[in-house]
Design a protein around this ligand. Structure first.
Ligand code: NAD
Length: 476
C-alpha cells in the first residue's frame, strides 16, 4: 500500500490516524493511505519550524537560490509522472495535470531568481551624517492552508516565496489531495533545505487548522479556499494580530459583445466555464451576452458544451474529468435544481452520469437573470449561465453586480470597450478575448471584494506578505 506520510522536523511520520486517498474517476481505485495529523503533531511541527527558521532566516541568497532551483528542476523533470498522480487524485485531465505540475516548477524557478534580488533601499537621512536603510526580512513561521483544486500549484505558489524570503513553513494541504502535497514535500525534503524549515502536516482542516492559526509561534497565515472557511481564518488571525492573506471564491463574469469574434468568444467561454470541470476559482460562471449576438452565441456554445467528452481524467479522449467527491457532486446537482426552480432554462447537461466516479454532464443555463441564486453564489462545478444584456453599459453593470471580484473577461473587437472594461471592471484580474481562468505565474494573482483579503500572491508582489520591513539608521 502506498502511503503519504507527513513531514515533521525532517522525519516522515504516518502518526496514529490515516485516511484513504480515493480516485474521483473510479472510487474503487484507492491511490494510497494518507496521514491525518493530530493537534499534538501540528504543535510539534510548529515548534520545530520555529527553531529551524532562525538559521534559514540568515541563509545567503546563494543558499536559497540553490535549494529553490533544485526543487524546480526536479519538479519540471518529473512533470509527466507527477501530473499523472495529480490527475488520478484530483480528476483534472492528464494535460491539465501535467501543465499544473510544470507551473509549480516554473514558480520555484522564478523564486530561485528572486532570492538573488531581495529588495532593499537606502536613503539619505534628513539629519546630517546619518544614513537610513530599509531591508526586507523574514516574517517567521508561515502557516499555509490550501484547497484541493490546484494540489501542487497552490502549495508551490505559497511555499516558494515563503522559503525565498527566509521563512519556515507548515503546510496543511486539502484532505482530498494528499499525494501531490506529499510529492512536493518529498522533493523539498531532498533539496538541501535544512530539516524543519519545511513541514507538511495534513489532516482535518476543522481540527488542526485552528491549532495552527492560534499557535503563538505562527507569525502569518496564507489561506486559499472557500469564503466560509476564509472568514473564520481571518477572524482568528486578526484576533491574534497575525498577518493573514486570503484567496477565496469567485462568480466571474465573461462579457460577450455584439462585435466579438464568435469563435473566440465560444472558445474562451467553453474553456473558462468548463475546463478543469469548472472547479477553478477563476471559472467563468456568468456569461453576459449582448442582444445582437445572443442567439448565435447560445446556439454555438450549447453545441460545443453538448459535445464535450466527460470521462476518466487519465483517458486521452477525456475533456472534462470527474467532480472531486460525492459531496461536491451533490452540491453541483443541487444548484442545477435551484436554477431550474428559479426559472432558468437548461440548454444542455446537468445530469449525473452513473459509473465508477463522480461524473455529471456540464450544464449550461440560458435566459437567466443576475438576481437568481445561480448567479450570486459560487457553485464550483461544471455549471454556467448566460445572461442577456441590452448593451455594453448594461453588461458592465451586471458584471460588477456581485459580491466577488476575482477575475472578469470581455470578448470584443473594439479597442474602446476593451479599454473601458479594463478600467471599470471591479475585479482583480481582467482578460480581453481570453478565458477568465488561466494566468501567468510571474505576475500578481488576486481579487477584490469577497474574493480576496490582504496583499497579493505571486510574482514580485509576494514580497509584501512574506517579508517584514526593517528601517535602520546609521551615524558614521
Ligand atoms: P475549503 O475552505 O473547504 O478548504 C480549504 C482548506 O481549508 C483545506 O485545506 C481545509 O482542510 C482547510 N480548512 C477547513 N476548515 C478549516 C478551519 N476551520 N480552519 C483552518 N483551515 C480549515 O475549500 P476547498 O473546498 O478545499 O476549495 C474550494 C474553494 O477554494 C472554492 O471556494 C474556490 O473558489 C477556492 N479557491 C480559491 C482560489 C483563489 O486563489 N482565489 C484558488 C483555488 C480555490
Amino acid at each position: 500500500m502506498t502511503t503519504f506520510p507527513n513531514l515533521i522536523g525532517g522525519e516522515w511520520t504516518m502518526g496514529t490516524n490515516s485516511v484513504p486517498n480515493v480516485n474521483p474517476s473510479d472510487i474503487n481505485d484507492i491511490i494510497g493511505e494518507a496521514a491525518s495529523a493530530t493537534a499534538d503533531e501540528m504543535n510539534t511541527a510548529i515548534e520545530v519550524a520555529h527553531a529551524a527558521q532562525a538559521g534559514w532566516g540568515t541563509s545567503t541568497p546563494q543558499q536559497r537560490f540553490d535549494v529553490l532551483d533544485t526543487i524546480a528542476t526536479e519538479i519540471l523533470a518529473r512533470k509527466e509522472e507527477l501530473g499523472e498522480l495529480l490527475a488520478r487524485e484530483e480528476g483534472k485531465t492528464l494535460p491539465e495535470g501535467i501543465g499544473e505540475v510544470a507551473r509549480a516548477g516554473q514558480i520555484f524557478k522564478f523564486f530561485a531568481g528572486e532570492a538573488l534580488r531581495i529588495p532593499g533601499e537606502r536613503l539619505d537621512s534628513v539629519r546630517p551624517g546619518v544614513e537610513v536603510d530599509m531591508r526586507r526580512e523574514a516574517v517567521g513561521v508561515i502557516g499555509l492552508i490550501t484547497p484541493w483544486n490546484f494540489p501542487i500549484a497552490i502549495p508551490a505558489w505559497k511555499a516558494a516565496p515563503a522559503l525565498c524570503y527566509g521563512n519556515a513553513v507548515v503546510l496543511k494541504a486539502a484532505e482530498a489531495v494528499p499525494g501531490s502535497a506529499w510529492a512536493l514535500a518529498d522533493i523539498i525534503h531532498r533539496s538541501g533545505l535544512p530539516a524543519g524549515v519545511f513541514n507538511l502536516v495534513n489532516g482535518r482542516g476543522s481540527e488542526i487548522g485552528p491549532v495552527m492559526i492560534d499557535h503563538p509561534k505562527v507569525a502569518a497565515v496564507s489561506f486559499t479556499g472557500s469564503v466560509q472557511t476564509g472568514r473564520s481564518v481571518a477572524q482568528a488571525c486578526t484576533k491574534n494580530l497575525k498577518k493573514v492573506q486570503l484567496e477565496m471564491g469567485g462568480k466571474n463574469p465573461m462579457v460577450v459583445l455584439d462585435d466579438a469574434d464568435l469563435d473566440v468568444a465560444v472558445g474562451a467561454c467553453l474553456n473558462g466555464a468548463f475546463f478543469s470541470t469548472g472547479q477553478r476559482c477563476t471559472a467563468s460562471s456568468r456569461l453576459i451576452v449582448t442582444q445582437g449576438i445572443y442567439d448565435d452565441f447560445v446556439a454555438a456554445l450549447s453545441k460545443a458544451v453538448s459535445g464535450l467528452k466527460v470521462g476518466d481524467a487519465r483517458d486521452s479522449a477525456t475533456q472534462i474529468g470527474p467532480v472531486i467527491d460525492e459531496r461536491q457532486l451533490a452540491k453541483d446537482l443541487e444548484y442545477v435544481e435551484i436554477a431550474k426552480a428559479e426559472g432558468a432554462k437548461l440548454a444542455c447537461g446537468g445530469e449525473k452520469i452513473d459509473g465508477k466516479g463522480h461524473f455529471m454532464t456540464p450544464a449550461l443555463f440560458v435566459d437567466t437573470t443576475n438576481d437568481m441564486r445561480i448567479n450570486r453564489e459560487e457553485v464550483f462545478g461544471p455549471v454556467a449561465t448566460v445572461i442577456k444584456a441590452k448593451d455594453y453599459d448594461e453588461a458592465l453593470a451586471i458584471a460588477n453586480d456581485t459580491e466577488f471580484g476575482l477575475s472578469a473577461g470581455i470578448c470584443t473587437t473594439s479597442l474602446k470597450y476593451a479599454t473601458d472594461f479594463k478600467a471599470r471592471s471591479k475585479a482583480g484580474m481582467v482578460m480581453v478575448n481570453l478565458p477568465t481562468a488561466g494566468v501567468d505565474y510571474h505576475v500578481p494573482f488576486g481579487g477584490t471584494k469577497g474574493s480576496s483579503y490582504g496583499s497579493r500572491e505571486q510574482g514580485r508582489y509576494a514580497v509584501e506578505f512574506y517579508t517584514t520591513v526593517k528601517t535602520s539608521y546609521t551615524q558614521a
